[in-house]
Structures are given as C-alpha cells and as structure tokens.
Design a binder for this molecule. Sequence first.
Ligand code: BMA
Length: 334
Amino acid sequence: MKREGGGALRRAPGNPILTRSDLPDIPPRLVDATSVFNPGAVKAGGLTYLMLRVQARSRETFLVMAESADGFLFAVRPEIVDLRGIGSLRERVYHVYDARITPLEGAYYVMSAMDMEGGCGLGLARTDDLREFRFLGLTSTDDVRNGVLFPEKIGGLYLRLERPNRARPEGGPTTGSEIWLAGSDDLLAWRRIGPVMGGRFHYWDEYIGSGPPPVRTRRGWLHVYHGVATHFGSASIYQAGVVLLDLRDPTKVLGRSRGNILEPREPYELCGQVPNVVFPSGLVVEEFDAEGYALPSSPVRVYYGAADTAVGLAVTTVAELVDAAGDDPQWGQT
Ligand code: BMA
C-alpha cells in the first residue's frame, strides 16, 4: 500500500481532536454550538491552552478556552472569553476570531482578526494567566488579517507578520497575496517595514497568510503559513506550508516549502462549513536549548481549523519543518 505522507505534518490519531459535540452549552448565547476551529495555542506551566473560535447558530463568533495536560485531549472551559475593555472601542466589532497567542516578556499576547464596518482589523489583548484577558486596542488602520507577534523584540522593535487584504476574489472575503513585516515601539501603533513573501500564482499558495507565531531555531525563524489555491474555479483550497526567515532580518526568506506540508484529505477537512480547508493557527514546540532556540529533535504540535468546522492536530519535529522549508525560496516567484 502506498504510504500516506510526504508532507512534514502527520495527523494525530484522535483527529479531529475537537468538534462541536465537545462544546459545553454556555447559555444564553452559546447553545448547541455549530462549529469550533482555528485555535490559537500556547504552552504554559506544563499545560497546553487553546483559544477556540466557536460559532453559534446565530453565526456569532465566540472565543472559548480549552486546556490539556498532554496536548491531545482537551477540556473546554464552560465560559466565553471576555476581552475586558473591548466595549469601549468606537468602532462596532462584529466578530473577533483566529486568535494567535504569543508569549512575550512574561505575559501572553493575543492578536485576533476583528470584522468591523470598514473591513478587518487586528485587535490585541493581554493576559498573565490565560484566564483574565484585557483588550489593549485596535492595532491596525487598514484592512488586514493574520497578524502574528514575534515572541521577542528584534533590533529594539516589537515585530509582527501581517497580511494586508488587497484582493477580493469573486464571491469571497477580502484576502491578500503578500505577508509583510511590521514594527512597533508599544505594540499598539504599527508601521510596515517591508514585504516578506508573495503568493505563487498558479500553484498551491496563491493567496497567503501567516499561521501561528514564528519559532526561533538556530537556522532561522520557522514559520508555518497558509496558502490558498483558487485556480480550480469551484472552491478555494486552504493548505499549510512552511518558511524559514532570517533571525535578524525576518523580511529575508531563507527557505520556503515548494509544496504544501498539509492539505485537505480527510473527510473532516474536505467537508464542512467551508469545504477544503486546513488552517494552521496554533503551534507548540516542546523543547528549547538553554539559549531559547527550539531543539531540532523537539516534538511540534500544530493545531489547525478543519473545514471551518472542527479542530485538527498534526505532529512533526522542528528538524522536519526546517527540512521542509529548505526548498528553493525563489521557486514559482519568477
Ligand atoms: C479565511 C479566514 C479564516 C477561514 C478561512 C477559510 O479567509 O476567514 O478564518 O478559516 O478563510 O474559510
């Protein structure tokens, strides 16, 4: 029998690890949840935490926390995350979703997409205990999504990757084909520094966006992203890929996977609220060396949304991801 694989990410045996039936009712707003997907992830104090995107029959979006001792079996907290202070924003916020969690300077920062009147913005919240969340503000000025903070300052600046939404394929939401690096002195006001990478039209990653926060390895910043193929006409295909960025200047791409490393193949990825989607949004590395670089042999868990309906988990190692990113960074670009 042909071996399933080739991609650096292997699905966990218990997949999908969370479905709507794992969601407790949280009345009155969240009863009989419709879907749970695109989780942010972080490991803290020996536990793995997920910040889940949950939808109700009203199609309202809620963030809900789940936690796990082993990173595979999760208990969902029966409460909706309250981003304290978000109510004082002048703009009306319809949905807060696709949280990316970054440990930074002893706290945890949550960068989320926010659907508002004029498009999508990036909101930032902070927590010290993954229980109480304080909303710090809207941190963007144009239509942008997939914002992820680096876990440390580089060259005296806070950095993030972000994807300006400059395209709207027919019938779809606004999207984009470039990931940019942006810098900030205070985490609230950001300015774009330069483009990092573009979509490869005609291939698997035509439109692109950052996945989970980058991981520091001795070979560079390891970054899992998503790519969307649109050229099949009928439906877009969301897949995962990986790049290595220069440690000191993350606008420099050192390597980029030629193919995707995970694509929709299982029924729960092929069918659902939005078919043909794997959307990586959380990543946990288990082992780091004394200087804080991820160890090549370290297990890695990547949490992803499957068909905007369930949560999947794929496992790999740092070395396998680095290898997968080792392909020609220029391929498909010229
Ligand atoms: C993107 C985002 C994601 C979603 C994906 C597939 O544009 O909206 O939240 O998972 O589309 O629908």
